[in-house]
Design a protein around this ligand. Structure first.
Ligand SMILES: O=C(O)c1cc(=O)[nH]c(=O)n1[C@@H]1O[C@H](COP(=O)(O)O)[C@@H](O)[C@H]1O
Length: 291
């Protein structure tokens, strides 16, 4: 791997972990949250909210995750607000994971990939969440784009919501793995197949594994030794959904080095005056207790 080669998303993530830790601040402008922050439930309110969260995260956390739906509520004005929030965060050196959960047939998926990952796109982010329920293979074009552009993808595998277990614990016919385990295996195989994978600490393609879960219920063996680059794990469910930072090692086992501790309402509920301190405290707690 020569020095001149552009950084992969996995490289960037590793650098952010080293510099700023593993906390990711969710940017979820729920209507009631905007009200609590003294902001209008409008695109302007969502933009102001997002910008204030980015400002509070600056130098305290290295990753933010805007939840796209809360901006989409306001149509084109909401998208403009989101573009601004994403751009400000990226300009501040904060990694942006756009939580869009997109997934479609191959040719349509290509357009989703371009929207969120193509350099120069108005919504260009550092990574995006994708839904693999049209088959992991349907996401191929986005995984390729991510690799080519130094971007990341987080594929839903075992999600934190209780309704998901029935589907995600179902067994895939060919491998007899659960759907969730099959996503993790597929992503890991993808990362291993990339150029210079043996020299990389983290792959650029990750999975979403909810922190509220017992991953063994999903057929995921957390004690299995990982081969090749570690799979980044976007881990929602901390704070409001009940997961504790001190439980990270117990929940994720050998996957822990790649875990991104993601929290939205639990931090945002601190309000405009308390958000910066809440982020700073949680970031410290994550580094002290992640294990
Ligand atoms: O992809 C996600 O981030 C995600 C996956 C998942 O399994 N569960 C989950 O809650 N999320 C998102 O993570 C955030 C959780 O928000 P809080 O419960 O307020 O911390 C929301 O934006 C969810 O859409």
């Amino acid at each position: 791997m020569s020095q001149a080669e552009p950084l992969t998303f996995g490289d960037k993530l590793g650098a952010v972990f080293d510099r700023s830790g593993h906390l990711c601040v969710g940017i979820d402008p729920h209507a009631w949250m905007l009200d609590r922050w003294g902001l209008d439930d409008s695109a302007d309110g969502a933009r102001e909210f997002g910008l204030r969260v980015v400002e509070a995260a600056w130098n305290r956390a290295g990753i933010v995750k805007p939840q796209v739906s809360f901006f989409e509520r306001f149509g084109s004005a909401g998208y403009q607000a989101l573009e601004r929030v994403i751009a400000e965060a990226r300009a501040a050196g904060i990694l942006v994971i756009a939580d869009a959960k997109r997934g479609d047939i191959g040719s349509t998926q290509q357009a989703y990939g371009e929207a969120w990952l193509r350099p120069g796109s108005p919504l260009e982010s550092d990574a995006v969440t994708l839904s693999p329920y049209l088959g992991l293979g349907s996401l191929q074009s986005s995984l390729e784009l991510a690799e080519a552009a130094g971007k990341g993808v987080f594929v839903l595998a075992a999600t934190s919501n209780p309704e998901a277990a029935g589907l995600q614990t179902a067994r895939v016919v060919e491998s007899e793995r659960t759907v969730a385990a099959s996503m993790l295996a597929g992503v890991s195989a993808w990362n291993n197949a990339q150029k210079d994978s043996a020299e990389r600490r983290f792959g650029s393609i990750g999975v979403v594994l909810g922190a509220t879960l017992d991953l063994s219920d999903f057929g995921i063996g957390i004690d299995e030794e990982q081969h090749g680059p570690s799979v980044p794990v976007l881990a929602p469910g901390f704070g409001h959904q009940g997961a504790e930072v001190s439980e990270t090692r117990r929940v994720y086992g050998a996957l822990t080095p790649g875990v991104i501790v993601s929290e939205s309402r639990g931090l945002l509920g601190a309000g405009p005056d308390g958000i910066a301190d809440a982020i700073a405290r949680r970031a410290e707690e994550v580094e002290a207790k992640r294990g």
